[in-house]
Design a protein around this ligand. Sequence first.
Ligand code: IPM
Ligand code: MG
Length: 365
Amino acid sequence: MKIELAVIAGDGIGPEVVAEGIKVLQAIGSRFGHSFNLHHGLIGGIAIDRTGEALPEETLKMCRSAQSVLMGAVGGPKWDDPKAKVRPEDGLLAVRKGLGLFANLRPVTVSPLLADSTALKPEVIRGVDLIVLRELTGGLYFGRPKKQWQTARGRRAVDSMVYSEQEIERIVRVGFELARGRRKKLVSVDKANVLESSRLWRQVTMEVAKKYRDVELEHMLVDTCAMRLIQTPKYFDVIVTENTFGDILTDEASVLAGSMGMLPSASLAGVPQDGGGMFGLYEPIHGSAPSIAGQDIANPIATILTVAMMLRYSFGLVKEANTIETAVEQVLNEGYRTSDIMEKGKTKVGTKKMGDLIARKAGGT
Ligand code: IPM
Ligand code: MG
């Protein structure tokens, strides 16, 4: 297969982890006979520095004409001035919105090899296998009005959690489809006891549920969900929720996997199909981690697993995706760890070395 891939590495550790993802991709390419034609573009802080915009038109065009996009991370202290007119994160939001990628799949699985090294009891997290489906192009992130202004009695600011029934329906439908292909249990997370947008979310979810009677649906308040994710994570199969709740719950869920550096994600415009063929933006859930950037210590596994998701969902290359996931497990099994998942008795390695080890296994050499 010959694949045209857009690469937007961004800021901080973004370029470092993306380089390792590409290393693994190339290894898979030479083993299984695929070629990846990479098109690099600017996004985030680096794009602001060079062009004044967080998502230059050229980058968006490049992404649109590629078959998929691999992203790193954006942001950093250099661009953190709350008064700044443009922020790196604007680029990320614009690329998600501009490409219409409303469905962000964030699978959370716990490697048995890391079950003893996380902050939680091994018996609580062993066997966790859930997906958070985060709505990605609506809600608080995009709702209007969104502004800060001066009044006679001081400054005020507003953000708006806005959802249309169409936006809710399409994401919830993806949630039901995902659950149908798994353990048939969907938890829809909202704050319907307080928020009007959540009450609409709940109504629409119940309407969509009529077409999915084989899937068990439960509504859960977001605060309860935050608690249960840590207390009884194995309870969950598929969680569907709005943008901000999904953002927060997935950072929380990364504790189950041992580190933010372990969780991949895929942003799609619908239900992933067997056989691939779906355009997507693939990004690790972690940020640009400026404090550790440039030191060869970031964990590249989230990005490497993100590459596996891309091969599976966009290109239907299931064997290749499984090969990457197995390679990650093998390297962990041999005792190699980046510093975020380091434990006593294991071998600490840097970003590049971890990438090399996984690429070598994935490439079968
Ligand atoms: C994520 C990140 C982003 C988000 C930030 C960097 C804007 O936290 O992908 O979870 O909030 O969506
Ligand atoms: Mg986040």
